[in-house]
Design a protein around this ligand. Structure first.
Ligand SMILES: NC(=O)c1ccc[n+]([C@@H]2O[C@H](COP(=O)([O-])OP(=O)(O)OC[C@H]3O[C@@H](n4cnc5c(N)ncnc54)[C@H](OP(=O)(O)O)[C@@H]3O)[C@@H](O)[C@H]2O)c1
Length: 255
């Protein structure tokens, strides 16, 4: 019996923000393994080039592009470049996010507040707007927003970060509803605690880790690779009737 083609991404162009390490890097590899040409992006080109080179060395297709998603001009420039080089975009994975301050909500620094909003809300929003315009021209596309379990159940001392992740879940529904008519689907991934640099303050501290594990039915943190399968599902035809959804990949935390 032949294999299913439901998860094939041959001929597709995919953009992954925050792909130089962690969850974004794992997503970039899996999308490339399925045949997509992956645009690997983060603020620093060097880390992206490293990931793109590894994909190419493995027989895949990839391009490295620097983009600070907190800067609107950089988003515009990057999409002008995508239009020029590829003329299309099939998959956008909004993954790069920031969480600059761990503190009681009453101690929130206005500059940290602004940075978190600029990257996690404005960045995701205008990346989706630019991608949506390109996808609309071809009548198809899939946008995947990496949100967080904290968007549903706020993380302690992660106040404004949790607020922005709740906004991302709502933003996902907005784009799903208004862009369905253009053939564009938009879904959110809600990762639980995942072993990356981002989460190192939590994962490397044994006391915090043990407290966290008590609330995770699977009793372990996730490997970044465990997020990539869910993104592949949402990026591919396997999820052709799924839009506006928030998919928990959290070891059962939110259940
Ligand atoms: N790890 C977890 O436990 C966890 C749980 C729930 C949700 N998440 C979410 O998962 C996503 C990825 O997190 P991660 O754990 O993989 O983080 P990570 O390992 O720290 O990687 C973050 C990536 O984002 C890039 N980046 C940071 N700020 C950026 C900006 N302003 N513009 C463009 N790129 C930027 C970084 O590269 P540069 O430094 O080169 O920019 C890097 O590639 C985030 O949305 C996060 O909120 C993570």
């Amino acid at each position: 019996m032949p294999h299913t083609h439901l998860f094939d991404l041959q001929g597709k162009i995919a953009f992954v923000s925050g792909a130089s390490r962690g969850i974004g890097e794992a997503i970039a590899h899996v999308l490339a393994q399925q045949g997509a040409h992956v645009i690997v992006s983060s603020r620093k080109l060097e880390g992206c080039q490293h990931v793109a080179d590894a994909i190419i060395a493995g027989g895949g297709k990839a391009t490295a592009v620097a983009c600070h998603i907190g800067e609107l001009e950089q988003i515009q420039q990057v999409f002008a470049g995508i239009r020029e080089q590829f003329g299309r975009l099939d998959i956008l994975v909004n993954n790069a996010a920031t969480n600059p301050q761990f503190c009681n909500v009453l101690d929130t620094d206005p500059a940290a507040f602004q940075k978190t909003v600029d990257v996690n809300i404005r960045g995701y929003f205008f990346m989706s707007v630019e991608a949506g315009k390109l996808m609309r021209e071809h009548g198809a596309g899939s946008i995947i927003n990496v949100a967080s379990i904290n968007g549903v159940s706020p993380g302690l001392f992660q106040g404004i970060y949790s607020v922005t992740k709740a906004a991302v879940i709502n933003m996902t529904k907005v784009f799903a509803k208004e862009c369905a008519q253009f053939g564009i689907r938009c879904n959110a991934l809600l990762p639980g605690l995942t072993d990356t640099k981002f989460a190192s303050a939590l994962v490397k501290n044994e006391a915090i880790l043990n407290t966290a594990l008590q609330q995770i039915p699977l009793k372990r943190v996730a490997d970044p690779k465990e997020m990539a399968g869910a993104v592949l599902y949402l990026a591919s035809d396997a999820s052709s009737y799924t839009t506006g959804a928030a998919l928990n990949v959290d070891g059962g935390y939110l259940s």
